[in-house]
Design a protein around this ligand. Structure first.
Ligand code: SER
Length: 597
């Protein structure tokens, strides 16, 4: 009997390994080189280049457990099933097996390994629309496996997955549902909108690529992408209807009970306790990620701030008046020993939580007073000015003001709030650029070029600044520009910036070949390939070399990297640095563009 998340994860990975899949490590929660999305939202996310056709160094069949975070419905968290952070199990076929094998594997894992009786399963299938036809093939496979036709339902919306952003791989999917009631037999006819059927697994048949123009082009290869939520599945295996009572959350809930001296069993305590448990767990994973994100007012840091502050507000409702985030964080870190980055970054996690908690505690009470004053005078709407005041002077994230207002049936004038915000701050990406709408790395020609330019820049910095220890601390590429963070202790001089540009443009003009190779990680490092110390690499990696006969090593740059890149530097155009600035202590940032020659 599977009781813990570790057992479930092991069973899944072992099962797919026995079917010749190779295990890949969980990627960072913060996507590298993807400007359109703040967090990794699914196991397939880091695999986009491979779903689009680039060969994966470990082959065509992969399996893993991926840490994911979805910010779309933070305010929904508080019921028995919603989470922000979650773990997703997934198996992939990159142009190898397709529907038949994928569905058979799913069925075998559910019924033989998890021992879920097939009588408790319901299946949804893509009904067909103008982009793709009805998925008769999947339905036939399920019928052959013994699922009765009454238990197969056809839908359109929920049976098409992706692309996660505006463009990228996508396709029809078949979802598996489980009848969760113990004391009531599953009905003969499956109805996916009946809340007692819970979705547990999704097999996506990624055979299309949605283009910018909205066209669905057939991909070079037919892929399978699947996703099974660990939290939800474990609750089912634990025979529970409330995810927060599963072995994943129970120790956290118990600690919140003891901090508040209140029982979880009391209906009115459930929502705040779930919010605290979910949000602090997510905050620990964001802070514990190697990218060292801190609470702030932009991008990932802003989501982190929202999570921590929302948890603090709900802790107040439980009358938890002492500092509580650190104690919970310690428990969470000890529960997730299989993510060593949490232990490694424990001190950072604790420091940041402590600071954010005391910062918000200073203003929360006064802010609540102000909020109550505001709504006394404005019964229908909170103006943009007032919402901005709550943000600026009392640290209320706008979403918190909205949530508080909603509880009193009052609206917030978001449009005016945004105007106020933009007048007061420099353009806020978080609110204005649509970065919350999750999306995927676009592998267009422009971003490919900027990616290769990033490799040239990484090397040029070492040479011009005469410091071999310089390394990438962050990279973010949009179709317009590259952004590169690196360790260096002072501002670059104008002369140095010029020299860097000149060296890069010289290497572009020398028309250097860019070679891609696959090799074991150890060999790659031994051969001098650059790598990032904060990334977990698989055993076999791809290495991109910008060859250079003039260099005694035979190359100008060599880096472990998933790509994609252009094949020759001559494709790049003219490299130009547009900005050089400090991001934090000891870290500099360069923004650069490629101009047409
Ligand atoms: N990408 C799909 C999902 O997120 C399957 O993994 O559900």
């Amino acid at each position: 009997m599977i009781k813990s998340r570790q057992e479930l994860i092991k069973a899944y990975i072992d099962f797919f390994k026995s079917k010749n899949h190779k295990e890949i490590p969980s990627s960072s929660l913060i996507p590298e080189n993807d400007p359109t999305v703040l967090f990794t939202t699914a196991g397939m996310h880091p695999l986009v280049p491979f779903l689009l056709g680039q060969p994966h160094p470990l082959g065509k069949k992969l399996v893993n457990v991926q840490k994911c975070l979805r910010t779309g419905d933070i305010e929904e968290v508080g019921d028995s099933t919603h989470h922000t952070f979650f773990e997703m199990l997934g198996n992939w076929s990159l142009g190898d097996y397709f529907k038949k094998e994928a569905i058979k594997y799913s069925f075998e894992f559910l019924t033989k390994i998890l021992k879920i009786p097939k009588e408790h399963l319901g299946i949804t299938i893509f009904k067909g629309n103008e982009n793709a036809g009805k998925d008769e093939e999947s339905a036939k496979i399920w019928l052959e496996l013994g699922i009765p036709k009454e238990r197969i339902a056809y839908t359109i919306e929920s049976n098409w997955w992706g692309p996660a952003g505006a463009t990228g791989p996508c396709g029809p999917c078949t979802e598996m549902y489980y009848w969760k009631l113990k004391n009531k037999k599953p009905p003969k006819i499956f109805n996916p909108s009946d809340k007692n059927w819970v979705e547990i697994w999704n097999d996506v048949f990624m055979e299309y690529n949605k283009t910018k123009e909205g066209k669905f082009l057939t991909l070079k290869q037919k892929n399978v992408d699947t996703g099974m939520g660990v939290e939800r599945t474990l609750a089912i295996l634990n025979n529970l209807e409330d995810n927060y009572l599963s072995t994943i959350f129970l120790p956290i809930i118990k600690q919140i009970e003891s901090l508040s001296s209140k029982p979880y069993s009391n209906e009115k305590n459930k929502k705040p306790m779930r919010i605290i448990a979910d949000h602090i767990r997510a905050a620990v994973f964001i802070l514990g990620d190697e990218k060292a994100i801190k609470p702030s007012n932009t991008e990932q840091g802003y989501v982190l701030r929202r999570l921590i502050r929302r948890a603090i507000r709900y802790a107040k409702l439980l009358n938890i008046n002492k500092s509580f985030t650190i104690e919970l964080a310690k428990t969470i870190i000890s529960l997730y020993e299989d993510y060593p980055e949490l232990k490694k970054n424990e001190q950072f996690i604790i420091e940041q939580l402590k600071e954010e908690e005391s910062r918000f505690n200073e203003t929360l009470e006064k802010g609540m007073k102000k909020f109550n004053e505001i709504i006394k005078n404005n019964k229908n709407e909170i103006s943009g000015k007032d919402a901005f005041l709550l943000f600026q002077s009392y640290g209320f994230p706008i979403e918190m003001t909205e949530e508080l207002a909603k509880e009193k049936n009052i609206k917030v004038n978001l449009k005016d709030y945004e105007k106020e915000y933009q007048q007061h701050q420099e353009l806020s990406r978080t609110l204005s650029s649509g970065v919350f709408k999750s999306g995927l790395a676009d592998a267009s020609e422009t971003t490919k070029k900027l990616h290769t330019a990033t490799h040239l820049l990484n090397e040029a910095l070492k040479i011009v600044l005469n410091d071999k220890n310089i390394n990438q601390k962050g990279s973010n590429i949009t179709p317009e520009r590259l952004r590169f963070d690196f360790n260096f202790s002072r501002k670059l001089t104008n002369d140095e910036i010029k020299q860097i540009e000149t060296l890069i443009n010289q290497k572009i003009n020398e028309s250097l070949n860019v070679k891609r190779e696959e090799m074991p990680l150890k060999k790659a490092i031994e051969s001098g390939a650059g790598f990032l110390s904060n990334i977990k690499y698989p055993e076999i990696v791809s290495v991109y070399t910008i060859e250079d006969k003039k260099d005694k090593r035979g190359f100008f740059s060599k880096e472990i990297c998933t790509g994609p890149h252009v094949s020759n530097t001559k494709e790049l155009g003219k490299f130009k640095i547009t900005k050089e600035e400090s991001v934090s202590f000891g870290i500099r940032r360069i923004k650069a563009i490629l101009e047409q020659k």
